[in-house]
Design a protein around this ligand. Structure first.
Ligand code: GCV
Length: 552
């Protein structure tokens, strides 16, 4: 009705194919949000849980787009957050879980693997230690007596300083299964993240490859997890960059429940100041053939359980909400929340259909306005890619907050995120002659990525180190591609602003007034990216732009 369409003759039935469609909030108990760009938390404030009218509005918002599960606290479980599984918080959590249940949503929590030490005063968190195992069993009995509707737990272990089973020489299967046994009597789930890598790498070390870490850590554990464990796997092998290959882990696990993790919080894609509609990216990910088996091998078929006949599977998005009145800061960022839910719920929805549908239900029925905003959304991810890091290399951002260009920001650091540019060329050799990462894919993907000639342009620098004069499939040299895309990117942002201006009368004034300063900021930063990237590579390579534009 909101789309101005007739409700006569509507007679259809749809059922979601993906069992768990989840949000992951990285909200801290002090009210801050890790990678939050829309204000503070509406779940927590000053170490207290908030249950109020917005809790219900939130549940309704999620239900309206088909999301059925949510994790409310940050995977980095520190300080008071470890105590969410204690008397202090049970009443509020139970109240929240009850509200969520009315909307068909299950509450989950992130857990601290070292809770037996922090809360229980034990000397270890060793998953094979009987005392530790008993502690968890008793703790889970207490938790479920108090919060009967709890769906289960999400765990980040042995990652970026978080505790985990490696400390005790145990595997991630040992860790996950210990918790899975403890929650099994209550039909609880353990969602275990595969974002495990060495974040103390020496940049001189060209053998260790962060991209390999998910595969190397988890492939050998295939088949070793209990059935109420789900491995949660980020879409790419690195970390939510504007362009990454799809992780090979999905094509490598035959006997393990899997969940895809994407990020609608725009950590590396403009931090909700830039328009970047991510649903076309997610659509590509879900359609990707892993070659795990002859048929039913796409990511969607894997995480819906159809490929491997599983029921504990799903998709999770790192959430982009906060306590700002419009939920997502940038009004157009709401299309990512809406789109994530719709894409997860309904198999045959395209990113473009979803964009148009969102524009219609949000802003009304003027044709020109609908076409303009749908077009802005659909072009926004490619445009963001144009003015930021080129050809799949990623990063080139400022350390810590990850906003804005800094070509060498992570080059001589410990995080395993390098571009390896010198005066001759750029890119990371992940072929069999380099780190071998390309060979972790099933065929024919391994051969495609392994070969400079066959590798798709947009991922070339992720897989290969090539000279600036290397000719891409597009017919352009790498250096000319860098120059051209960066000039085009800025022009495209300018055009986006002009297009929006033409339809401004069809938008609520408050919405337009919120959007304009953000677009101005997007343009300012796009120019900064353009000039820093172009100048850096001009100075490194000494090769002039064939079109003679201004490079500094
Ligand atoms: C929650 C990246 C982010 C971190 C985040 C981490 C993760 O490294 O920058 O803020 O921590 O991913 O996914 O665990």
């Amino acid at each position: 009705m909101q789309r101005n369409q007739s409700v006569r003759n509507i007679d259809y039935k749809i059922a979601p194919d993906i069992p768990y469609r989840m949000l992951n909030h990285w909200d801290n108990l002090d009210g801050s949000i890790e990678r939050g760009y829309a204000g503070n938390s509406f779940f927590f404030q000053e170490n207290e849980i908030i249950v109020n009218e917005r809790t219900r509005m939130y549940a309704r918002l999620l239900a309206s787009v088909g999301i059925n599960a949510t994790v409310i606290n940050n995977v980095n479980v520190k300080d008071c957050a470890t105590g969410l599984i204690s008397d202090m918080y049970y009443d509020k959590l139970r109240a929240m879980a009850c509200i969520f249940k009315e909307y068909g949503i299950q509450l989950f929590l992130s857990l601290n693997f070292a809770a037996p030490m922090v809360l229980g005063g034990l000397h270890s968190a060793d998953p094979l230690d009987e005392e530790v195992r008993t502690w968890w069993k008793e703790k889970m009995m207490e938790v479920y007596q108090n919060i009967p509707n709890l769906g289960g737990f999400l765990i980040k272990a042995d990652s970026e300083g978080r505790p985990g089973p490696f400390t005790y020489g145990r595997t991630h299967a040992d860790g996950a299964n210990m918790l899975a046994e403890a929650v099994a009597p209550y039909e609880g789930l353990i969602i275990w993240r595969c974002f495990v890598y060495n974040c103390q790498q020496d940049w001189r070390d060209k053998v260790t490859d962060r991209a390999r870490s998910g595969y190397d850590n988890f492939k050998p554990l295939d088949g070793k997890f209990l059935d109420n464990v789900i491995l949660q796997i980020k879409n790419g092998p690195m970390d939510f960059q504007v362009r990454e290959p799809i992780t090979p882990l999905f094509g490598a696990l035959h006997n393990t429940n899997q969940m895809l993790e994407v990020q609608i919080a725009q950590e590396y894609t403009g931090q909700q100041k830039h328009v970047c509609y991510l649903i076309p990216m997610f659509e590509q990910i879900l359609q990707f053939h892993t070659y795990l088996q002859d048929q039913k091998d796409t990511i969607r078929e894997i995480i819906s359980g159809q490929a491997l006949n599983q029921k504990n599977c799903g998709i999770a998005a790192v959430a982009n909400t906060g306590n700002e009145s419009n939920w997502t800061g940038h009004d157009l960022a709401a299309a990512n929340l809406y789109g994530f839910g719709r894409l997860a719920y309904q198999k045959d929805c395209t990113a473009e259909d979803i964009a148009r549908e969102w524009v219609e239900v949000t802003f009304g029925s003027n044709r020109e306005m609908i076409t303009t905003i749908t077009d802005i959304l659909m072009r926004s991810w490619p445009i963001y890619e144009q003015y930021t890091a080129p050809l799949g290399i990623g990063w080139m951002v400022n350390p810590n907050h990850h906003y804005g260009p800094n070509v060498d920001g992570y080059e001589y650091d410990r995080w395993g995120t390098y571009h390896r540019a010198d005066h001759l060329g750029i890119g990371v050799d992940r072929s069999e002659m380099g780190t071998g990462y390309a060979m972790t894919y099933q065929e024919p993907l391994a051969s495609t990525y392994n070969s400079v000639e066959a590798c798709p342009d947009e991922l070339l620098l992720f897989f290969h180190h090539v000279s600036y004069t290397h000719i891409l499939k597009s017919g352009k040299s790498v250096i000319q591609h860098i120059y051209d895309t960066h000039f085009d990117g800025v022009e495209n942002v300018e055009n986006m602003m002009k297009a929006l201006d033409k339809i401004k009368e069809y938008l609520p004034l408050a919405v337009y007034n919120r959007m304009v300063p953000r677009l101005e900021e997007q343009l300012r930063l796009a120019k900064e990216w353009r000039d820093q990237i172009n100048t850096y590579f001009y100075r490194k390579s000494g090769i002039i732009d064939t079109k003679n534009r201004t490079i500094y």
